[in-house]
Design a protein around this ligand. Structure first.
Ligand SMILES: N[C@@H](CCC(=O)N[C@@H](CS)C(=O)NCC(=O)O)C(=O)O
Length: 209
């Protein structure tokens, strides 16, 4: 498989975790978001939205991190990313979407670039914006989570694939994680596991920090 990603892209990070949890090998192709490589013809041919990640497997080309993770779960069922019971599956999907649909898109690079370039928002206001939306989402997740030690029980899955990248962003933008003990507990449990360690931005060949 070929994964087109960027070390700091949280949606790419989600897929890296999923591939690692499944024990799948892949070739990583960095697309530099800060240089705007996602807007180039080469990448737009793969994904006309100009967003990372894209996962290619032979003739199959997939976009949207949650769709990719669910495809991985359907094509490589063990270890499962979702619990078996329909209600539990819906609960984990809802938690994952709280991050992937409600928190992350508002702080995506293109949104931040628009805020700064078009609406003339200052650096301080940009940080305030990011912290506000992550805090709103994380505070609500704190009320929903029952870590045992992961959201669905003994094993990490779809939710943790989304959570760890969002926590990485939260820390990067100075949010005090002590406010979210349940999220921190799950994060600490994930950080013990090779699949998460190997997927971390600092471990990627394109990492520049
Ligand atoms: N819903 C998409 C979000 C993809 C996304 O937002 N990707 C970001 C990186 S995390 C991106 O490529 N941003 C490029 C830009 O904003 O120009 C997914 O889950 O795959």
């Amino acid at each position: 498989m070929d994964l087109y990603g960027y070390f700091r892209s949280s949606a790419s990070y989600r897929v890296r975790i999923g591939l690692n949890l499944k024990g799948l090998e892949y070739e990583y192709h960095p697309v530099n978001l800060l240089k705007g490589d996602q807007h180039g013809d080469d990448y737009r041919t793969l994904n006309p939205h100009g967003l990372l990640p894209t996962l290619n497997d032979g003739e199959t080309s997939l976009t949207q991190s949650l769709a990719i993770l669910e495809w991985l779960d359907e094509t490589h069922p063990q270890p499962a990313l979702l619990p078996k019971a329909p209600e539990a599956r819906a609960h984990i999907r809802a938690l994952a979407q709280s991050i992937a649909s409600d928190i992350q898109p508002i702080q995506n690079l293109r949104v931040l670039q628009y805020l700064q370039a078009e609406l003339k928002v200052s650096d301080e206001q940009k940080i305030q914006w990011i912290q506000h939306w992550i805090h709103l989402g994380f505070s609500a997740l704190e009320k929903q989570l029952r870590p045992s030690p992961f959201a669905a029980g003994d094993n990490p899955g779809l939710f943790e694939c989304c959570l760890l990248p969002q926590v990485y962003s939260a820390e990067r933008f100075g949010l005090d994680m002590a406010q979210y003990p349940k999220i921190q507990k799950i994060t600490d449990a994930c950080n013990e596991l090779p699949a998460f360690i190997k997927a971390h931005p600092s471990e990627q060949p394109d990492c520049i920090v």
